[in-house]
Design a protein around this ligand. Structure first.
Ligand code: ZN
Length: 255
């Protein structure tokens, strides 16, 4: 069962999404991913002509406005990844509203921002209406690979999803950094549409950071940049089309 044979009959739509935040939160507190990794990623995406959706935290946008301007100018979509990268699952309603309001005002000075992804893919269903009230039309806070997502998808009521499109991430970012012999069969089995997830800090060599879980540090650094290129070529080789979350939303109806 090869990658091409799984996809060649019906090439997938692929959405490359990037969560932009401090380095591997909450374990590290630097910004090398934004200052060193993100420019490399933008160069790669420009060279490959792949549009992406960048879910940026409000604090990142306040700290690095020029980088946000640069990614918007390059034609990428600006999405919201909260303000402080705090976990929504640990917030009460007032805190969540404040977090969304601060993030929205930090991001919407650069671009209309209508897509949202919660840090750690942790967003209680009770907060979904807050996203709609804050002007978001798409949520990408679920992960197709996660058991809680599968359970919630079965249990979800129609009311909970009214007015909000859901586009789950297909897998964790660490999958992209696996050796190709493991990675490619994994990617071939992903649900459609394929939503890839990546972080600029993965382009920083964190292999010596013993504070991190092994899957956060394995394959980080230059190898991760090569992996992104390989994965783009892999999907493109079977006819996949790349788009932004906004592109996907434009093809959906919320009826
Ligand atoms: Zn994050």
């Amino acid at each position: 069962m090869g990658f091409r044979t799984d996809f060649q009959d019906r090439p997938p739509e692929v959405f490359f999404t990037v969560d932009v935040e401090p380095d591997c939160p909450p374990y590290l507190h630097g910004w090398r991913g934004v200052t060193e990794g993100l420019p490399q990623l933008l160069d790669l995406l420009a060279g490959e002509k792949v549009p992406a959706t960048f879910f940026v935290t409000g604090q990142t946008a306040e700290r690095f406005p020029n980088i946000v301007r640069q990614l918007v100018a390059a034609g990428h979509e600006l999405g919201c990844h909260g303000y402080s990268h705090g976990r929504f699952g640990a917030m009460d309603r007032i805190q969540a509203e404040l977090e969304l309001a601060k993030a929205s005002s930090a991001l919407r000075r650069f671009s209309p921002t209508t897509a949202f992804r919660a840090p750690n893919l942790d967003l209680p269903d009770a907060f979904l209406p807050l996203l709609v009230e804050a002007g978001f039309g798409v949520d990408s806070s679920e992960g197709s690979h996660r058991l809680d997502h599968r359970v919630r998808r079965l249990a979800r009521t129609r009311r909970e999803t009214t007015g909000l499109l859901r586009l789950p991430a297909s897998t964790t970012s660490s999958v992209l950094r696996l050796p190709p012999g493991l990675r490619d069969p994994w990617l071939a089995r992903l649900e459609r549409p394929v939503v890839l997830l990546f972080h600029p800090w993965e382009l920083v060599d964190l292999r010596g950071e013993r504070r991190l879980r092994w899957d956060c540090r394995a394959g980080t650094g230059p190898r991760a940049l090569a992996a992104v290129r390989e994965v783009i070529h892999l999907f493109r080789g079977c006819g996949a089309r790349f788009g932004t979350v906004a592109d996907w939303a434009a093809t959906q109806t919320t009826a």
